[in-house]
Design a protein around this ligand. Structure first.
Ligand SMILES: Cc1ncc(COP(=O)(O)O)c(C=O)c1O
Length: 376
């Protein structure tokens, strides 16, 4: 917690700590058919395309979708993949597995290429799979697999997918806005992210940056009403409005967040702050004796996974609760095989916040160790 604030600091994958000005932007009501609101929605869509390197009027369209990020992913999976198609899901963590689950629910035929959770997906393995398996029409991958913090080589995979003539779907939920990603270079057909990640808005909607041709192809093939990606886009294009009630306050906050993103220097400015946050965290946690799950070269500055220390004094639940009482929220692990916890370095956090978190961890584990000695 910062002095004078009632908000805890969130060292998580989202929702994240937001600036006071982003929160303040929500302190008014605006009608969803109001001209000002429609202008805000238009500006958000244009700015998001620019961040993806696809300025308005190019080959890409931006579709905003109510709900959390998963809803936006499901809108793509359930709208953009026609019957008689086959989706290859590249999995090295829980969010890849979530796409598999989604596809199964929508009765989409799938192939799964599994890579261990501590390894990046290999473009060569993808090429080999595409060459060996017949009939794959779509490929989905996670950019930053937030399960661990590993970043998959999306541009190289995109080249392989384009070479095979398949449609490329990228979940860039926890990376968009902080790790450079170029829609054209990555040959990306659908990129998905959400409001409460690296642009530092509040939860309430996700968005899809879609190649126009691929988006037009999704017309009439949605498997749900509310997550119909093409219909949502067509509505926004027709009169600038959402088909169903939009998260007005979250959109006002996001508009402000996008301006703050630009003022910080866009993707590179944000990347620099997050990278510094991560450096301080990595050094401090190493000094406290915590072992990261990923090797240094595979670790991104988005979120860092730490193994539970193999020591009798350690209890994640206690560490979590005691830190939370002090105003610092860390995050449990999500690995399929190992007991880990995670610390995010994204959101409105700076070097001082990371240093304060490290000091709090130092204090809490010191007490935990001491109590353990006394109990023996
Ligand atoms: C890579 C990735 N995909 C999907 C999601 C799901 O997003 P949400 O929890 O907003 O539905 C997350 C959430 O952290 C994520 O990191």
């Amino acid at each position: 917690m910062r002095p004078g604030s009632s908000s805890k600091l969130l060292f998580t994958p989202g929702p994240l700590t937001t600036s006071a000005t982003v929160k303040e932007a929500m302190l008014r009501d605006l009608g969803s058919r109001d001209r000002e609101f429609i202008g805000v929605v238009r500006a958000i869509r244009e700015r998001l395309l620019a961040i993806g390197g696809a300025a308005h009027g190019g080959d890409y369209e931006c579709v905003l979708m109510q709900g959390s990020g998963t809803f936006a992913i499901e809108s793509v999976i359930s709208s953009a993949i026609p019957h008689n198609s086959r989706l290859l899901v590249l999995v090295n963590g829980a969010y890849g597995r979530r796409i598999v689950e989604m596809a199964r629910i929508h009765a989409i035929e799938i192939d799964v290429l599994e890579t261990p959770e501590n390894q990046k997906i290999s473009p060569r393995a993808v090429a080999e799979h595409l060459a060996a398996a017949a009939g794959i029409t779509h490929v989905a991958v996670i950019h930053c697999e937030t399960t661990t913090g590993i970043v998959n080589p999306v541009e190289e995979i995109g080249a392989v997918v384009a070479g095979a003539g398949a449609v490329f779907i990228v979940d860039a939920m926890s990376s968009f806005g902080a790790i450079p990603i170029d829609l054209n270079k990555g040959r990306i057909d659908f990129l998905i992210s959400s409001a409460n990640k690296c642009i530092e808005g509040v939860p309430g909607f996700g968005f899809v940056l879609a190649r126009r041709e691929a988006l037009l192809g999704a017309k009439g093939q949605a498997r749900t009403l509310s997550l119909d990606l093409h219909a949502q886009w067509a509505g926004l294009e027709r009169d600038g409005q959402f088909r169903f009630t939009p998260p007005t306050h979250a959109l006002l906050a996001y508009h402000q967040a996008l301006m703050e993103h630009e003022a910080e220097g866009g993707v590179s400015g944000r990347a620099a702050r997050y990278a510094r946050n991560h450096e301080i965290l990595a050094e401090g946690m190493a000094a406290l004796g915590f072992e990261p799950y990923l090797s240094r070269e595979d670790q991104s500055y988005i979120i860092t996974t730490y193994r539970y220390p193999a020591a009798s004094w350690f209890s994640f639940q206690e560490l979590y609760s005691r830190l939370s009482e002090l105003g610092f929220v860390i995050y449990p692990g999500k690995l399929s095989q190992e007991a880990c916890f995670r610390i995010g370095t994204i959101g409105q956090l700076c070097a001082k916040d990371i240093e304060n978190l490290l000091a709090a961890i130092h204090g809490v584990i010191g007490q935990m160790k001491q109590r353990c000695v006394q109990e023996v």
